[in-house]
Write a protein that binds this ligand. Sequence first.
Ligand code: TXA
Ligand code: MG
Length: 325
Amino acid sequence: MTIGHDVSFAAKLLREGGLVAFPTETVYGLGARADSSVAVRRIFEVKGRPAAHPLIVHICEAADLGSWVASVPEQARILGAAFWPGPLTLVLRRNARVSLEVTGGKDTVAVRVPQHPVALALLQLVELGIAAPSANRFTRVSPTRSEHVESDLGSHIDYILEGGPSEVGIESTIVDLSGTSPMILRPGGVTQEAIEARLGLAVPVAAESETPAPGQHPLHYAPRALVRIVTPEELPTLATGLTEQGQRVGVLTAGPTLPGLPANISVCDIPGDERSYARELYHSLRALDEQGVDIILTCLPHQSGIGLAVRDRLLKAAGPRNQHS
Ligand code: TXA
Ligand code: MG
């Protein structure tokens, strides 16, 4: 496996049924041609992902949507025109051609047009839909740089297409248009507010993504270290107490460093607005892991804009383990 800029080589590998990691504006994807059950099955093997977890089909332009879905409803046209290429995934009734490996046996299919120029160049060259989950091992933090992919999956895949750091940094927003009314299945790079403004109606976030029931959902987006959600008020005391117990503590913050923190902890401060926080979130979690911390203390951002997606990922990273320490 190599990392490189050769889009034609990547397209050739994909056509031959290979596995190619490629950059998108959200996170790096692990791609295989979506029309090959054999190639798609390899994605599940390499990721260690259960077969029932469906994949997103990446396409070159909104006009290609019709080849994957049973019909294109008006709301899909509106959202596609507004946000594609971009960090939005639409779930629609699939058409018969889409393999059950891609959809995890479901009647629906998830489709998106990514915005990254390298992803678009690849899709144009390959002239196929590319099924791609995030290019990390199942339950781990998604990769936003080629070196993240290399360290997670390097020896198991055929090529990593270099595209620099992902601009959005967290996954696409998934909007389910297959039911009676639209629903956000996963908050992401396109905000709920922006989607509601385009559709002219309220689009709720499906309940489970904000409140993962302990023990019921697999641990997603998790670094090796424990992640514990705390309030800014309790953070310094907790950090001090855990350090005194011999734990190596990391703190992930957005904004001014909190006063009263012990000196020997790893602080990862992401300055700037909430877009910067989203962009650096996964990289920061990986960086704290590399520093060997046992536990990461962090506070939740506000629930508006892309903050909603950041909260969702932090809550999932904390997961059921949040109860334990
Ligand atoms: O930003 C992204 O969406 C990235 C880049 C690579 O495009 N991809 C990504 O893929 O995050 P993955 O596999 O890590 O997450 C895809 C999510 C899963 O939660 C899956 O359950 C959901 O999409 N999904 C896929 N097909 C679906 C369907 N037919 N119905 C409901 N959810 C679906
Ligand atoms: Mg993923």
